[in-house]
Design a protein around this ligand. Structure first.
Ligand SMILES: [Zn+2]
Length: 267
């Protein structure tokens, strides 16, 4: 009898530990998958460096200060004599729909739809910030936009984009090889590299603080908008939001239209 109880106790304990472990895995899943996706892009960049040593100067995780005191974060910049390549990585899974001209793209995962800011627009913003920061002196240097989706995503809108490449990590090498025109001499490249170094977040506590604030401010901003919309309050002008039906489904719109043009899709 005693042995039976011991066994029962043992198996219950095992079961509880198993459940705790699974819950923990589930909770950290997206974080891990996110870093795996980011890792793939890094890996492709490392391959490039190995394949053509010295051709690219590579910078990861840069923060560009803007005039209004905020900052713009860039995942990777590749610098070659052909110009600057600004890379934005996206770790979304599921089906991805979007085109160049719409503000939001859509991720469809199982039956759920989520919208996210058009990554081409987002990267355009980064490039604008970079141009502003580099100043007139470097305005002749071409800057190219590359948006990289990890293979977890299925890009469903494979039309040709004109303002940015939208690719998987494996295509990075081929895309870069398309650019052959020399845009700067060796000396300029060296100067630019020195300049870009200043944008890196290393162990500099001051810069780390900027990074933390940056993430916090994005987070707070999104939270505030969501909360406003949930309470049917316009986040732009505090007017009330009303439910409307349009060609593309139901959305919430500001009642102060046309003075305020805030809308939010109801998914
Ligand atoms: Zn409004």
């Amino acid at each position: 009898m005693k042995v039976l109880y011991m066994n029962l106790f043992f198996y219950s304990l095992l079961l509880i530990l198993g459940v705790v472990f699974l819950v923990w895995i589930k909770a950290n899943e997206s974080k891990w998958i996110g870093s795996i996706g980011e890792y793939r892009v890094q890996k492709e960049i490392e391959k490039l460096e190995k394949f053509s040593p010295g051709k690219f100067k590579v910078f990861h995780d840069l923060y560009i200060p803007k005039k209004d005191g905020s900052s713009s974060q860039i995942d990777h910049i590749l610098l070659s004599e052909q110009g600057l390549f600004v890379i934005e990585t996206k770790n979304y899974s599921g089906w991805i729909f979007g085109n160049e001209s719409s503000k939001y793209w859509t991720q469809v995962i199982y039956k759920r739809k989520e919208k996210f800011l058009n990554p081409i627009w987002q990267n355009k913003g980064h490039i604008k910030a970079l141009k502003g920061w580099l100043g007139e002196e470097y305005s002749h240097i071409p800057i190219y936009s590359i948006v990289v989706f990890t293979p977890r995503a299925q890009l469903k809108s494979r039309i040709h984009f004109t303002q940015s490449h939208v690719i998987y990590p494996k295509q990075l090498k081929k895309v870069l090889e398309q650019y052959r025109t020399k845009a700067m001499d060796h000396e300029t490249k060296r100067y630019l590299a020195e300049k870009l170094k200043a944008l890196l977040v290393k162990d500099n506590p001051k810069e780390r603080e900027i990074k933390k604030k940056h993430i916090q401010s994005i987070h707070n901003h999104q939270k505030r908008i969501k909360e406003h919309v949930r309470q049917n309050r316009c986040p732009k002008c505090s007017g009330s939001l009303v439910l409307k039906k349009g060609k593309y489904g139901t959305f919430k719109a500001c009642s102060n239209y046309p003075k305020c043009r805030f809308t939010e899709k109801v998914l």
